[in-house]
Every structure is written in C-alpha cells, then in structure tokens.
Write a protein that binds this ligand. Structure first.
Ligand SMILES: C[C@](O)(CO)[C@H](O)COP(=O)(O)OP(=O)(O)OC[C@H]1O[C@@H](n2ccc(N)nc2=O)[C@H](O)[C@@H]1O
Ligand SMILES: Nc1ncnc2c1ncn2[C@@H]1O[C@H](COP(=O)(O)OP(=O)(O)OP(=O)(O)O)[C@@H](O)[C@H]1O
Length: 269
C-alpha cells in the first residue's frame, strides 16, 4: 500500500501559556498543502524500514514511521511490515513532515490490518507521537488548541490564491524554539482575525516564533521581507520555522530563480 503524506503550514501561531507537563498551549490554524513524502507499507515476514530522498537526522528505530508502527503493534496488534519512506518534505522546517509520516503510517496500518479503530482512537495514538500529528488524521484546515490536539475544522476564503513556500535550509529545533518564546495571551481570537479580508491579514495575524527565530537566523527575516517585496499579500514563517510562505493573488513567475539557493514549492490553494 502506498500513501503520500503532505506537509502543513501554520496560519498564525500563538504560544499562549506553559503547561505543568512542560509543553505549551497554543492557538494556530493548520492548512494542509500539496508538498508530499511517499510511504510504502507492505505486509512482510519480518519488519524493516528503508529510505530514499532527503536523509533524515534520526535512526531507523527513531524514525516516526517506525515509531508509529511500534505504537500500533503494541496498542492494537498487527503483523510484520516492510516500510519504505521517500523523503521530500524538508525536516526541522516547520512543515510537520515527520508528524504527517507518522499519522499516515497509522492510517495505512489500520487499513492493511482491517482494524476497527475509531478516528478518536487514531488521533489519541497520533498525539503520543507528536503534537502536530493528530491534525494529519483528518488532514483538513483546522484551528488547533491545547498542545495542538484540540481540533475544530475551519473554512478559509483562500480558494484561488497562489501559495509560494520557501525553505532556506536552516534547521530549527522545535524544543529550542519553544524555550525562546515568552508565552502570552492575545485579546482577539485567531478565528475572528481570519474572518477579515486576506489583504488585511499582514500585521493582524502573526507567528509568535518569528521574533526569536528571526533574531537567531536573520536570513529567515530577510526571506519573509523578500517574499513581501515580490508581491505577497500575506507572508509568515510556518510553525517553529524556518520555512516561510507567501500568499499571492497572481502566480509568482520564476519563484525558484528568485530564491536560487533555497528550496521552493508553489501551488494554487
Ligand atoms: C510548532 C508546531 O509545529 C506548531 O504546529 C508544533 O507545536 C510542534 O509540534 P511537534 O513538532 O509535533 O512537537 P513535539 O514533537 O510534540 O514536541 C517537541 C518539543 O516541542 C515542545 N512543545 C511542542 C508542542 C507544544 N504544544 N508545546 C511544546 O512545548 C516540547 O518541548 C517538546 O518536547
Ligand atoms: N519521518 C520523519 N520525517 C522527518 N523527521 C523525522 C522523521 N522521523 C523522525 N524525524 C525527526 O523529527 C524531527 C522533526 O521533524 P519534522 O519534519 O516533523 O519537524 P518540523 O519540520 O520542525 O515540524 P514542526 O516545526 O512543524 O513541528 C527531525 O529533525 C527528525 O530528527
């Protein structure tokens, strides 16, 4: 069985408060995008994992596909599988690629082993693998709260906008990024802000990680400015960085040539 786990971007990201378990309560809007890895899972006589594409900085056992398999086997029970991951989504990039791989692995194992698991149970298991992971179970635009696992679908007026995503190749550790942010409560809810016309979002909808990541990596701040200079009506860093995305009303011709040293991805929303 083959699946194509997609990346996400965060539209607005508030780090609201530090919790007693060391995690943070956040408020963010997740949007699935078309940048995808490829995972193949085949029932086999013994369990193994192989890789191609980008080389992930995690051991085979620590890879989120394998962690998802081990969790599924222990909690639900299943046979051995041979997994192949072709990695395309940059990691440590604020795009949730590892979380998506884990969620899609859980979903594939459910189908392959015809397990009668509720979506709620799948999301619960996903939550044990990463805070971004439950979102990829339903995988539709959603506002997230708590650690990221309290999800409500949202409808966004983004149809027809052109998304340009640029990854400057700077790896940001999520844990470190959280430790550099001072949590704060915002007066206006993110939901009420996305109801505003898109051309008003810049300056209204922000990502709390930008300040510290921009300070540590000025190239990321420059990248956001360049995307705005090239006509984006809204630009923001995604997640804890370092990818930056822009929303355009018209296609941005030659995006890769504009950012020759960086990886770019474009799609119509
Ligand atoms: C920045 C975001 O991508 C926004 O969507 C997510 O909050 C991060 O989610 P993730 O990569 O799945 O993160 P996890 O693997 O769960 O956590 C990595 C580390 O980030 C910190 N962490 C993560 C999520 C959260 N709500 N509060 C935190 O403080 C914790 O120190 C944790 O040890
Ligand atoms: N299949 C995988 N794909 C990517 N990273 C993986 C995978 N398995 C384990 N990891 C580990 O997880 C780390 C974070 O990966 P991921 O791509 O999910 O984070 P991210 O892009 O920082 O996402 P976000 O900031 O949105 O949480 C990697 O640096 C890597 O060590």
């Amino acid at each position: 069985m083959i699946a194509f786990p997609n990346a996400k971007i965060n539209l607005g990201l508030r780090v609201v408060e530090k919790r007693l378990d060391g995690f943070h309560n956040i408020e963010t809007i997740f949007i699935p995008i078309g940048l995808r890895d490829i995972i193949e899972v085949i029932p086999s006589s013994f369990t193994s994992i192989s890789f191609s594409g980008l080389v992930v900085d995690a051991s085979a056992e620590e890879n989120l596909c394998m962690r998802a398999y081990n969790l599924f086997k222990a909690d639900i029970g299943c046979g051995n599988v041979s997994i192949h991951l072709h990695k395309v989504i940059p990691f440590g990039a604020g795009l949730g690629g590892g979380s998506s791989d884990a969620a899609f692995t859980l979903k594939m194992l459910t189908t392959l082993f015809q397990s009668n698991i509720s979506t709620r149970k799948l999301k619960e298991m996903a939550g044990l693998l990463g805070s971004d992971c439950p979102f990829f179970i339903d995988n539709r635009p959603a506002i997230a709260q708590g650690k990221g696992e309290i999800l409500e679908p949202v409808s966004l007026a983004l149809k027809g906008y052109h998304l340009v995503l640029v990854n400057p190749g700077v790896h940001v550790s999520t844990k470190e990024a959280y430790s550099c942010v001072r949590p704060r409560k915002h007066e206006t809810s993110l939901l009420s802000l996305i109801a505003e016309p898109v051309h008003r979002w810049q300056g209204l909808i922000s990502n709390d990680f930008e300040e510290s990541v921009f300070q540590a990596h000025p190239v990321v701040a420059q990248l956001k400015q360049e995307i705005l200079n090239n006509g984006a009506i809204y630009a923001s860093m995604s997640g804890s960085g370092s990818s930056v995305f822009g929303l355009f009303e018209k296609p941005l011709i030659g995006a890769q040539e504009l950012f020759p040293n960086y990886t770019t991805f474009s799609q119509i929303l």
